[in-house]
Design a protein around this ligand. Structure first.
Ligand code: FES
Length: 180
């Protein structure tokens, strides 16, 4: 698989995006601008096909006035930030205890086999991807996953089949902006 440094990302800091960043920065004192980093990264990622290249992270550091390493630390820590282009429909299965004991690994295998991919690799058409994440705080509804901004709970193979079909039919709304 291509690494993020092999992939060029077009950086487009539109006036609207810059205005939003300035608005977020205005919530904090001048010497605490870093406090706005997480929401800024969300908005910058949303505006850039849902991923953050090194160049884009450097740009964010420059705008906020912090060191690039301070941005890399955050982006590499949280799974909601993507360091490479990801599948349009990202099936994020919780792999923590409750979901694990309720068979999430089987469901992940089933989904990967059905899509013909491995965990962490998008389908060739860029439509789907599967990844495992830590507890999403919906343990009572295990096994569960996040798809876009929604939780999909009490998952079964039949529900996975239906969700894949719903994605293909364009019935799943994603919060983030993606290609196509
Ligand atoms: S263990 Fe899966 S949501 Fe908490």
């Amino acid at each position: 698989m291509k690494q993020s440094h092999d992939i060029k990302q077009t950086i487009n800091m539109t006036p609207e995006l810059m205005a939003r960043i300035e608005e977020l920065l205005s919530h904090y004192p001048a010497d605490k601008r870093k406090s706005a980093l997480l929401p800024i990264l969300h908005d910058v990622q949303d505006a850039h096909d849902n991923w953050l290249s090194i160049e884009l992270m450097d740009k964010v550091a420059e705008i906020i006035g912090i060191q690039p390493i301070e941005v890399y630390e955050v982006v590499t820590f949280y799974t909601m930030y993507n360091q490479r282009p990801i599948g349009k429909y990202m099936f994020e299965f919780c792999q923590t205890s409750c979901c694990a004991t309720r068979g999430v690994e089987d469901l992940m295998d089933y989904t990967c086999n059905k899509l013909g991919v491995k965990v962490g690799e998008p389908t060739p058409d860029g439509m789907f991807e599967v990844r495992g994440v830590e507890c999403l705080g919906a343990c009572g509804y295990a096994p569960m996953m996040q798809l876009g901004d929604e939780f999909k709970e009490h998952l079964t193979k039949e529900k996975i089949d239906q969700l894949i079909q719903d994605c293909k039919d364009g019935k799943i709304n994603l919060h983030y902006k993606v290609n196509g």
